[in-house]
Write a protein that binds this ligand. Structure first.
Ligand code: PEP
Length: 264
């Protein structure tokens, strides 16, 4: 990463950790990053706990003035009413969340989340003053056919094309090839760069150079301390969305430190 975009290391905890475990993890991460004199101004760190842990994380972060940010893993497209089990963007925003993951491949697979629903989630998150982390990426099948770049670009384009420039500039995109998620198979730095660059070029063409230059594009899929430095060395890769490695506090601390050092 060679630009002036601030890198973001975001941990997606999925359905792991209850509120006590979440609180303990955040404390440990904050201690370890403090000991390492971590500069949060030059690298953002964020965690995405379950809904049930958000309030506990908020209380800890606010009372100890921690610099770690946090967000949710999904959001309802409606603002209130008879939608049993749903959580609105305003409810999430009122807990101090900065981000919401939208369109993660596990949500697309296990829930009725199609492009129309994902557009509405993005809009709901933006309207509530937070940043959506829009997940896109090809399956093994699209990669085998050699259409992975068109596929990922198309997923971003279809969901974002009707946003205003101001809204688009607040997007974060996570390029997460589905075959790399939780498998131990990581995209090569070159293929992560190719996808990030193709997505950025499309944002520039659809909106403006400012939008293209501003939007952070993360890589996700089996990121670890062993591959983070090479990936973040690519000019259009602005950080990571991390699943498995974000459940181990030493490993996550290491990835944060390596990302900061590599982008200094
Ligand atoms: C994810 O689920 O967003 C993810 C990238 O998972 P993992 O790091 O475990 O591949």
């Amino acid at each position: 990463m060679t630009s002036r975009r601030i890198p973001l290391v975001a941990g997606n905890w999925k359905m792991n950790f209850d509120h006590l475990e979440a609180t303990y993890f955040v404390q440990q991460l904050a201690w370890k990053l403090r000991d390492a004199r971590f500069d949060y101004k030059r690298c953002e760190v964020a965690l995405m706990p379950s809904f049930t842990s958000l309030r506990s994380v908020q209380v800890l972060v606010e009372s100890d003035k921690l610099r770690i940010r946090y967000g949710a893993q999904a959001v309802s497209v409606t603002s209130q009413g008879a939608f049993t089990g749903d959580v609105s963007a305003d409810m999430i925003a009122h807990l101090g969340c900065s981000y919401v993951i939208v369109g993660h491949s596990e949500r697309r697979k296990y829930h009725p989340e199609d492009d129309a629903n994902i557009v509405d989630q993005v809009r709901a998150v933006l309207a509530a003053g937070m940043q959506p982390i829009l997940c896109v990426g090809e399956s093994y099948e699209e990669r085998r056919k050699g259409i992975e770049l068109d596929f990922a670009v198309g997923q971003v384009h279809d969901v974002t094309r009707d946003l205003s420039d101001e809204e688009a500039s607040r997007l974060i995109v996570a390029y997460e090839p589905v075959w790399a998620i939780g498998t131990g198979m990581v995209a090569t730095p070159q293929s992560a760069q190719d996808a990030a660059k193709a997505i950025r070029d499309d944002l520039t063409a659809t909106f403006s150079t400012t939008v293209g230059d501003t939007v952070r594009i993360l890589y996700g899929g089996s990121v670890s301390s062993k591959n983070a430095v090479e990936l973040i060395g690519e000019p259009d890769v602005d950080g990571f969305l991390i699943g498995g490695a974000a459940l181990k506090v030493d490993e996550l601390t290491k990835i944060c430190r390596l990302t900061l050092e590599a982008t200094a």
